[in-house]
Design a protein around this ligand. Structure first.
Ligand code: 13P
Length: 259
């Protein structure tokens, strides 16, 4: 659809990692990314305690880094929270917001996700806004209604200029960590719907990268990334294995070069 779409592959380590193992994984990812042709951008969202390590091992490489959540507030008495500005001090450029695990286990509302998106943008971080339906919602035919409300709740609060700076990730809850990816056709169908919502905000906003997440593996990455409205991936489990993550990045790089 869009010429020269930005390809983006971001790893979400979730609550995994230890200093010793991280070092090898970060170094391997940085070295592997250096060999890519440049049709893809690569990022890693690590647990906050490892931000300094990510900064020291990724700085100067082609891999960006960031956090998996940020506070809806700038500063203050919010025990346990991490402000966007704090992540920025460690060179972060990415912040996942509204991941389904946070919506489900921490009861994050659409309004809260919109506030977090605003905080990320205000600090100069790129928010990766996650949306996705549960299996029950899909089976009830509610997919568009659910993801539409999740994305709409964010877009409504943003100016066109701000909305053009977000990234959106479609992550069907039933495909996360289950090994059961959405098919490329199923994913594309929802991406096309999300693209329509972005376009309705403004044609400039229609250009934001739309990532797919949920059991992306080297085996299914190419087909997913060749879909008209899939601009890359948000990778959980496979981002913890350097070779698999790099193979996925390569698939996006090639898809970007082919289209
Ligand atoms: P998996 O790739 O492990 O299914 O996780 C996807 C995800 O939730 C990324 O944010």
């Amino acid at each position: 659809m869009l010429k020269q779409r930005v390809r983006l592959v971001v790893g979400n380590w979730k609550m995994h990692g230890r200093l010793a193992g991280n070092a090898a994984l970060l170094q391997m990812t940085a070295q592997g990314a250096a060999a890519l042709s440049g049709s893809v951008q690569v990022g890693l969202c690590v647990p906050c305690p490892y931000l300094a390590q990510a900064q020291s091992l990724l700085e100067g490489s082609r891999v960006a880094w960031g956090v998996q959540d940020i506070s809806a507030y700038t500063t203050g008495a919010y025990t346990g929270e991490v402000a966007a500005e704090m992540a920025l001090e460690f060179g972060a450029s990415l912040a996942i917001v509204g991941h389904s695990e946070r919506r489900a286990y921490h009861r994050e509302s659409i309004e809260l996700v919109a506030l977090k998106t605003g905080q990320a943008l205000a600090a100069g971080l790129t928010p990766i806004v996650c949306v996705g339906e549960t299996l029950a919602e899909r089976e009830a035919g509610l997919t568009q209604q659910v993801v539409g409300a999740q994305l709409g709740g964010v877009l409504d609060k943003l100016s066109v200029e701000a909305a053009a700076r977000i990234v959106v990730a479609y992550e069907p809850v039933w495909a996360i960590g289950t090994g059961k990816s959405a098919t490329a056709v199923e994913a594309q169908e929802v991406h096309a719907f999300l693209r329509g919502l972005l376009r309705a905000k403004d044609p400039i906003v229609a250009r934001v990268p739309l990532l797919y997440g949920g059991s992306v593996k080297p085996e299914n990455a190419r087909e997913l990334f060749l879909q008209a409205d899939i601009d890359g991936g948000l990778i959980g489990g496979a981002s913890l294995k350097g070779e698999e993550f790099l193979a996925i990045c390569k698939a996006a790089d090639r898809a970007g070069a082919e289209q």
